[in-house]
Design a protein around this ligand. Sequence first.
Ligand code: HSE
Length: 430
Amino acid sequence: MKKIGVAILGLGVVGGGTYQTLVDHHDFYLQTQQTDITVEAVLDRDKNRLKELGVPEEKIANSIEEVLADPNVDIVVETIGGIGVAKDFVCAALHEGKTVVTSNKELICKYSHELEKIAKRNHCGLYYEASCVGGVPIIRTLLDGVQANKIQRMMGIVNGTTNYILTKMTYEGADYAQTLKDAQRLGYAEANPTADVDGYDSMYKLSILSSMAFHTKIPYTKIFREGISKIDTRDIAYGRELGYTLKLLAIGKNEGKGIEVRVHPTLIPTSHPLASVNDAFNAVYLTGDAVDDVMLYGRGAGAFPTASAVVSDVIYAATHSEIKYSTFKNTATAESGVKFITDFESAYYIRLFVDDYVGVLAKITGMFAKCGVSIVEIAQRPKDEFGADNERVPLIIITHKTKESGVRNTVSKINASGLATVEAVIRVEA
Ligand code: HSE
């Protein structure tokens, strides 16, 4: 019987779930994989946590050196997170020729080029299914399942915290600040929520996923990013009235003219499959030239959903002698010759407050026309609907697909005119 030893570095939520899954499913894997996959060592500063998990004393290591010197350890699982000690430990493990399985999106996003080079040099693997979208097997799908395709488009709800907050704002009408507090109380959002609400978490994931989907390095610095902290519940409500649902989307497109990568709040038709992905659930919606549309849905975070991804990588590494590396040239920066579209095209939802007098509408629409922005729909709402501004009326404008620069121009002109103030600009995708 083949025997594979695993070490786990960092026994927090994901590491703890990984430990429990490997222990509880040991006999199941013995039967299904004909492989004895055993946790040989764990490393964590918090010894109480290890006790709570019931880790036997003899499996508790005191240093990374001790873990890496153990000849029974074949695979090192890194579930520490961040790019400090986690990076040092992963590098050290790869230098020792140990295959690494990690759930660390920031590490993979920023350093996979370096890490993969070390892994190749030492003939070991680097697997990171759990770095993106938790339990949803999107990395394996991109690496294997849809390899036949040229991927044209990818739209994902890849952050559960923000999806939870937006769902509450949509269906309970709560405001952002209150909903964020609730999300923190329930343990969805961190005390410092920046990584989630400002879109960094989604940006790291999009960098990894779009590099794989488009077969070229997409550095995170190329990704346009806007978070949800300025979202006003009234825009979610007005959007719903017009047939749209608001989601924080990670969008990647490669439709012939160049690559477009962006993370921002997006209104999508309420009939779109992504519109019904609620609470902390995640989903990725892909379009390939052969397969057409594919959607993967599931839990993007949490101990056991993420452990599912970690342990599946462990099993893959344990049962395949051939190592699978990136299917793109994994460089530090974008390859020369790859064109990125920064002035992308989108439809837009724009909410303004306008003084309500004869002719004001003509003047406003005239400014859109001057900037070459075509309007699809205009809706005026009653003055006191939300009670925030009792002097002026809310005006909602939906544009045709147009360049981002055109909309920015229009917004500057309107704000400078003194006729109206632009209160919200939200991109709309079909
Ligand atoms: N904080 C992430 C989320 C999970 O809310 O989806 C880990 O990437």
